[in-house]
Design a protein around this ligand. Structure first.
Ligand code: ADP
Ligand code: MG
Length: 241
């Protein structure tokens, strides 16, 4: 595998089962995410994008095919290796933020540190973790909302908290599933600008999943999904022509 490919999917197949009938959703997906770039995966609603993202994040297993991260196969790795991959190597954000409603912004950002470390290690590193969580909230421009709970924040603010949480463990790759799908155009634009800045100044590699051609056109590389297959992979400008 070329060193510049961070994440690679080979021949991924996945079916859901309804009344003992298999409904194929992914029919052999190949995908590459190159280090340092913003890669878009674009496709209509129902084309299988979220299903694919769950497989890439090892949140679900493919029926067939493989997922490789930096030269190691992760889809069939041990539970410990998959935990390491999910908790340290990648960050994930979603359309509906998936924040814990009972926790403040800063506690939500701290959550991955609590999950990723043993309890005693967490206690030992508590002030360091807290400093990093504050720095991440500051990075997304939301330190002044540190003690607010999700129901006291706007959609754009909640997505910023979710981004700060994803950055907490210093991931190499951010998987973003329709991160602006629930936001108005202007707020969505601000979130895209933030992700773009994280890509350029913090060298964060991003896989951006979207149904929106305009958003995909802003990426460095664009993969298009249709009927459970990748249709093409072209520079966004070429795709739009
Ligand atoms: P997208 O994210 O591109 O909108 P999804 O991956 O969410 O697409 O869904 C692809 C197809 O798989 C849809 O037809 C959807 O109804 C179906 N699907 C998704 N998740 C499940 C599930 N857990 N059980 C059964 N069918 C599912
Ligand atoms: Mg989806």
């Amino acid at each position: 595998m070329s060193d510049s490919i961070v994440l690679r999917a080979c021949g991924l197949k996945k079916s859901y089962h309804k009344d003992r009938i298999a409904v194929p959703v992914l029919r052999g997906v190949d995908l590459e995410v190159e280090q340092g770039l913003v890669t878009a995966l674009v496709g209509r609603s129902g084309s299988g994008k979220s299903t694919l993202m769950h497989l890439l994040a090892t949140l679900d297993r493919p029926d067939e095919g493989e997922v490789w991260f930096q030269g190691s196969r992760v889809d069939n790795a041990s539970r410990a290796k998959r935990d390491q991959f999910r908790n340290h190597d990648i960050g994930v954000i979603f359309q509906f933020y998936h924040l814990l409603p009972e926790l403040s912004a800063i506690e939500n950002v701290l959550a991955p540190a609590m999950i990723g470390q043993s309890f005693f290690r967490y206690l030992k590193n508590r002030s360091e973790n807290r400093k990093r969580a504050e720095a991440m909230l500051d990075r997304v421009g939301l330190l002044h909302r540190a003690t607010h709970r999700p129901n006291e924040m706007s959609g754009g603010e909640m997505q910023r908290v979710a981004i700060a949480r994803a950055l907490m463990t210093d991931p190499k790759l951010l998987l973003a599933d329709e991160p602006t799908g629930n936001l108005d155009t202007e707020t969505g634009h601000d979130i895209l600008m933030l992700l773009d800045e994280l890509n350029r100044t913090d060298d964060l590699t991003i896989l951006m999943i979207t149904h929106d051609d305009e958003i995909a056109a802003g990426a460095d590389v664009c993969w298009r999904m249709k009927d459970g297959l990748i249709e093409d992979n072209r520079a966004p400008q070429a795709a739009a022509a």
